[in-house]
Design a protein around this ligand. Structure first.
Ligand code: HEC
Ligand code: HEC
Ligand code: HEC
Ligand code: HEC
Length: 457
């Protein structure tokens, strides 16, 4: 009898233990519960002032403010605005004739977005100049935007010049709560009308997205490739064919052919209509990366949960996860050291491959410039060379302007660089054929049969 009681008791203990473990695992895998209390203040729809939201959510607000204090760098990223042009002067050549050859600094925290856009040497504030910067450049810098888009409409907003928008005093806050959350419900939402439109063009509606998908999609309000349409400079994402590099290139080629899009700039002395890529983190990450396929979101690495006393919340101090790998990666990888070594390897490899691609691009530009200067050059071949170069440089830029130095999707990114190098060498050979003047060939400018990356020029 005694024996049975012990057995039953032991069984009960095991059962209770299992239940407790189960509950703990469940709780651990669920979002932190909001305290069941009335909000302290009612936040009005699209409230631009994050400090108002901060009354109800002090932890999230305080951590967002910390993005202003981050200053340290990692090997390839981090939070100072170091100059990419100083670090790698090849880019001055690659962006010649375009504002990026004047200034191209690394990104830093969300609290700096407004200050930095107002300070950049890339702005053209000359009233009436056909190249005057439009208000469109404020699109991913301010929590005032959702309310302004609502008030002015996307076209009304973008039609204003940057200076008019600044003078209107309508933009006062850097990135904040209203860029990612709906007041009241606090759910994650798409706030940028151009993202909404781009999804629609693909037959997608974000309202049907899962919570985990939204934890990446909110970043796509800004961390994406875009361009500006027409005189009003309306913000548009080139996503109608899809978000992979070949689909985006196909989109631009079509828009260029149909005349709905004018190239971003013409490369001086080579007469190449060029494309400039912008921070395509979302497109790169979601193109079948290991983490994306495993269901990991941007917020998992960049906004890990932190505990402060009894509170558990998403860290809104968004920065390089290499600065807090225990939190950012340790939640899933027990051996943080070894995954960090992998990151180093990946980034070094991508960086070195990227430099080799840049050398190929510079060789191609040199060959196209020389062929352009020669009136005897074959115009058809030369145009083919230009088209190859545009494509090659855009692919390189897609990698270079993406801010993870390859980590977000290593295989895809290395393939893109390999393709870019190949296209650049093809462009170089075509240009040398176009100007196949024996005297020029003898100068050795066109090492067409020896497509090894040559040192930077
Ligand atoms: C698996 C983890 C992980 C995921 C998921 C992830 N990232 Fe990253 N991200 C990183 C790492 C690692 C770096 C490299 C940081 C460095 O070099 O210092 C990085 C770099 C960045 C940077 C540049 C940071 C800097 O210091 O300049 C940005 C911006 C960024 N990621 C945005 C995103 C966006 C947007 C998404 C989702 C579309 C995303 N990341 C998804 C890990 C991740
Ligand atoms: C760049 C986008 C972004 C901005 C800006 C932002 N949040 Fe969040 N916030 C998120 C994401 C992503 C989550 C995770 C949501 C989830 O897991 O469902 C989150 C979660 C939250 C939550 C749920 C609890 C938690 O911490 O996980 C609260 C509350 C919150 N944010 C408040 C704020 C407040 C207040 C601000 C402004 C001070 C703000 N957020 C700014 C993206 C943002
Ligand atoms: C409203 C637009 C906007 C949204 C939404 C947004 N970002 Fe950013 N993000 C920016 C801009 C602009 C910068 C660069 C600011 C600067 O350099 O002044 C930036 C910078 C960053 C950096 C670099 C920080 C550093 O210290 O170097 C990271 C990392 C980052 N964002 C990740 C994310 C992630 C992850 C999300 C989604 C959860 C997100 N961002 C959502 C606009 C946005
Ligand atoms: C939410 C969970 C999660 C987070 C957070 C996370 N990972 Fe991962 N990681 C995975 C999964 C799942 C895989 C794929 C399965 C595997 O190989 O273990 C993976 C794979 C990897 C791989 C191998 C991929 C390859 O193709 O070689 C590396 C390297 C890696 N992660 C680095 C990191 C780093 C660095 C961080 C932090 C910045 C991080 N991970 C954050 C879940 C995560």
């Amino acid at each position: 009898m005694q024996k049975y009681t012990t057995l039953i008791l032991a069984g009960l203990v095991i059962l209770l233990g299992a239940l407790l473990t189960g509950t703990l695992i469940f709780v651990n895998n669920n979002p932190p519960q909001q305290r069941a209390m009335q909000p302290l203040v009612e936040i009005k729809a699209m409230e631009p002032d994050s400090s108002q939201w901060g009354i109800n959510f002090p932890n999230e607000y305080a951590s967002l403010l910390k993005t202003k204090l981050n200053t340290t760098d990692t090997t390839y990223g981090g939070s100072s605005k170091f100059s990419h042009l100083e670090k790698d002067p090849r880019q001055i050549i690659l962006f010649a004739g375009y504002p990026f050859s004047k200034e191209y600094n690394d990104d830093r925290g969300h609290e700096w977005a407004l200050t930095d856009v107002r300070q950049t040497a890339r702005l053209n504030l000359k009233a009436g100049d056909p190249k005057e910067t439009h208000a469109t450049c404020y699109s991913c810098k301010s929590s005032n935007n959702p309310a302004l888009w609502n008030e002015l409409g996307l076209e009304g907003y973008d039609a204003m010049t940057f200076q008019q928008m600044t003078d209107s005093g309508k933009i006062q806050n850097s990135i904040g709560c209203a860029n990612c959350h709906e007041a009241g419900t606090m759910r994650l939402i798409v706030t940028n009308p151009s993202l909404e439109a781009a999804l629609k063009e693909q037959g997608k509606d974000w309202r049907t997205f899962s919570r985990q998908e939204m934890r990446s999609l909110v970043c796509a309000n800004c961390h994406v490739e875009y361009y500006m349409v027409g005189e009003k400079k309306v913000l548009h994402f080139p996503w109608a064919e899809g978000t992979r590099i070949d689909q985006i290139l196909a989109y631009y080629d079509k828009a260029l052919a149909e005349g709905t899009f004018k190239a971003d700039w013409e490369y001086p002395d080579a007469k190449i209509p060029m494309l400039k890529a912008q921070h395509p983190e979302y497109e790169m990450y979601t193109a079948g990366s290991t983490h994306y396929n495993a269901g990991v979101s941007c917020a998992d690495c960049h906004m890990p949960y932190v505990r402060e006393g009894a509170a558990k919340y998403s860290m809104h101090d968004i920065h390089s996860p290499l600065k807090n790998p225990e939190l950012a990666c340790g939640q899933c990888h027990t051996d943080t050291e070894s995954v960090l070594r992998r990151v180093n390897l990946i980034q070094d490899q991508v960086y070195n491959t990227k430099l080799a691609t840049e050398n190929a691009l510079i060789d191609s530009l040199t060959a196209i410039k020389t062929a352009t200067a020669n009136p005897a050059s074959n115009a058809t071949l030369l145009d083919e060379a230009r088209a190859l170069h545009r494509k090659a440089q855009f692919m390189w830029d897609f990698v270079s302007a993406e801010n993870s130095m390859g980590f977000h999707n290593p295989e895809y990114i290395l393939k893109m660089l390999a393709d870019s190098t190949d296209l650049a060498r093809q462009a170089q050979m075509k240009a040398s054929q176009a100007a196949s003047d024996p005297a020029l060939l003898a100068t050795g400018v066109y090492n067409a049969l020896d497509p090894k990356p040559s040192p930077a020029k």
